[in-house]
Design a protein around this ligand. Structure first.
Ligand SMILES: C[S@@+](CC[C@H](N)C(=O)[O-])C[C@H]1O[C@@H](n2cnc3c(N)ncnc32)[C@H](O)[C@@H]1O
Length: 277
């Protein structure tokens, strides 16, 4: 569920660019708990098209996939079709704020790039994120792990070569991402402890497609980053016109290279791992 992105549509294109990144961070964080990874049941909360679950299927004991969007969940079911609805994989439609998952039934929860789709409060608070964190704590066993893949405010400013081309959309998405320190505070209030942060510096969410300067000219490419769905028609037209102009002048590759420089230093995403206390 998102009040600004039509996942029914973008789910069709999501996997054309998006790749699961930081898997070693997820498995490393889960392995620090007292259960062997191969015996853990992992909830993929806001699973989207299921790429993280599929990537982890061989490493963990069982998976529970939850997403509010039926088209995305349908893709996930298809991707995991050999394992879905066996005792190892369950996929259910549901809201992160009221997870259709029994209390203390999972060893780990991962939330990859989903929290920014929850509506922020009028006063800038993040009550919906708070609700999700409480739900994560409820379904986790004590000592279990919560791994949240999120972005820092700095990563949202400088972690994408095209962000300066759509400044209003970029500002709006920053407003929707709870700042990392606040996220950790909310998680602590919800019953989590021992926060650890990890930044995979060499990984980008759009994989090999990311550095394609002409990428934004295609709507399916733009479906790989929610920021584009927040651009007004006027802002989008201006951004695409600038890309075409740079391309005509033979300057597009240099522009991408130059604007991507900060991202190579700060990374694009941050993982926050916590333990259920
Ligand atoms: C950017 S996608 C990330 C998908 C997947 N975790 C990944 O990283 O590939 C965000 C997903 O969160 C889901 N979502 C957003 N708000 C939700 C909510 N309130 N309850 C359940 N799912 C939600 C969307 O439907 C979408 O599939």
């Amino acid at each position: 569920m998102s009040d600004y992105e039509d996942y029914g549509r973008t789910a069709q294109n999501y996997d054309r660019t998006r790749v699961p990144i930081g898997l070693e961070i997820v498995t490393g964080s889960l392995s620090a708990a007292r259960w062997p990874l191969s015996g853990q049941t992992v909830l993929d909360a806001g699973c989207g098209t299921g790429s993280y679950s599929r990537a982890l299927l061989g490493d963990v004991g069982a998976l529970v996939l939850v997403d509010a969007n039926r088209q995305a969940l349908g893709r996930a079911r298809e991707k995991l079709r050999d394992a879905v609805n066996t005792s190892r994989v369950i996929a259910a439609a549901g809201d992160l704020r009221a997870l259709p998952v029994a209390t203390a039934s999972v060893h780990a929860v991962m939330v990859n790039q989903a929290l920014h789709h929850l509506p922020p409060d009028q006063d800038g608070a993040f009550g919906a994120v708070e609700q999700v964190l409480r739900e994560c704590r409820r379904v986790l066993r004590t000592g279990g792990t919560l791994v949240i893949q999120h972005c820092s405010q700095e990563q949202l400013r400088h972690g994408g070569w095209y962000l300066d081309l759509i400044p209003d959309a970029a500002a709006e998405i920053r407003r929707r991402y709870v700042p990392l320190d606040q996220l950790v505070e909310l998680a602590t209030s919800a019953g989590f402890e021992d926060p650890r942060r990890f930044v995979p510096l060499d990984a980008v969410v759009q994989g090999d497609s990311y550095l394609n300067g002409r990428g934004p000219l295609s709507s399916w490419w733009r479906d790989g980053d929610s920021t584009w769905s927040l651009a007004s028609a006027t802002e989008l037209d201006a951004a695409l016109a600038r890309i075409r102009e740079l391309d005509t002048r033979g300057e597009l590759n240099a522009f991408v290279e130059d604007r991507d420089a900060p991202r190579r230093r700060i990374g694009q995403v941050t993982f926050v791992a916590l333990t259920a206390g």
